[in-house]
Ligand binder design. Structure first.
Ligand code: ADP
Length: 319
């Protein structure tokens, strides 16, 4: 392999820049050139490539977001778009591809593999931690730390006024951030899409709530109840409650990656290049039981299982 192209696609996640640095550093040692494709698959269609410089990336490896920029590309979902992407690959003599993104981005790779045999490797990057084949995805740990700190701050004021706070955290259809942020911030209740009965537990707990304390409810963005409905229900069972709502929103997506996310990015970045050099293709690299591993792209699906252990913790602390 002489020339690898790397792109970041779908939602940005802290750790993507660290992974880019790790990829270029490893490739450089193997004498491999690395081009960065700007704006995900859009850049592959538009031949929007930059040569990645190790020194520059070293200076941005600690930053959130992605220096390559990212996009959701509708054009890449079309045959014409993918043919244009193939033309860019051939025109630039690219002989391997690394895609950093979520399951949608990996589905894009699978489509590309229908028209070209170019080897490719995926690195899971999404704050939602909802991809099979890895225990953790890039950005999840950072997003949890950010949410946890925000909830800590909210608790300070909530305790001072004996208020009930309903706090929405990210997770498009996964309760991972909600579960981790809720547990680590001592929330009284966590509502996640994986549990449909949790609102009943919450309403039972809060119906006769008159306390000299704060009461923190964490609601996953993907929970079917939604924060507005949860507030309505709470007020209906206990109208004396001093209720406030905070949606943490996009601040959970940004920020410097945590040490754990940087280590994950370094391990997966290095391994992605080594895997390509070893002749691997159509694999997602991930961490399973603390070991770097490859999972066939065919088996990489969106997965958001809150396992028994986590469910047990939720039932002890948040019900
Ligand atoms: P994520 O990678 O974070 O899950 P998306 O689901 O938006 O984000 O996917 C990112 C991009 O991957 C899409 O904008 C599109 O260009 C490409 N993609 C996703 N699904 C497909 C598909 N079925 N066919 C072709 N391209 C796809």
């Amino acid at each position: 392999i002489n020339h690898i192209a790397v792109l970041t696609s779908g939602g940005d996640a802290p750790g993507m820049n660290t992974a880019l640095f790790a990829i270029v550093k490893t490739a450089q040692q193997q004498g491999i050139k690395v081009s960065g494709v700007r704006k995900g698959y859009e850049g592959l269609i538009d031949n929007d490539l930059v040569t990645l410089d190790c020194k520059n990336l070293q200076q941005s490896m600690h930053l959130g977001g992605t220096v390559l920029k990212t996009a959701r590309s509708e054009r890449f979902r079309t045959e014409t778009g993918r043919q244009q992407a193939l033309a860019t690959i051939e025109h630039n003599n690219i002989d391997a591809l690394i895609v950093i993104g979520g399951d949608g981005s990996f589905r894009g790779c699978l489509w590309l593999s229908h028209i070209t045999n170019i080897p490719y490797i995926g690195i899971p990057g999404t704050i939602d931690n909802d991809i099979a084949g890895t225990d953790y995805t890039l950005g999840f740990d950072t997003a949890v730390n950010t949410s946890m700190q925000c909830i800590d701050n909210i608790r300070d004021t909530a305790e001072s006024h004996n208020r009930v706070f309903v706090i929405e955290v990210m997770g498009r259809d996964s309760g991972y951030i909600g579960t981790y942020a809720g547990l680590t911030s001592g929330a009284d209740s966590v509502l996640i899409p994986e549990n449909d009965k949790d609102i009943d537990d919450l309403l039972l707990k809060i119906s006769d709530y008159h306390s000299e304390h704060a009461f923190i409810v964490v609601v996953s963005e993907g929970d079917e109840n939604g924060v507005e409905y949860v507030c309505e229900k709470i007020t209906a069972v206990n109208s004396s409650i001093d209720l406030r709502v905070t949606k943490l929103g996009h601040l959970q997506r940004g920020g410097n990656p945590s040490a754990a996310d940087r280590m994950l990015a370094i391990k997966l970045g290095v391994h992605s290049v080594k895997a390509l050099c070893a002749g691997e293709s159509a694999k997602m690299v991930g961490i399973l039981n603390n070991t770097v591993s490859n999972t066939s792209m065919q088996d990489v699906v969106k997965q958001h299982v809150i396992n028994e252990e986590l469910q047990g913790l939720l039932s002890i602390f948040c019900r």
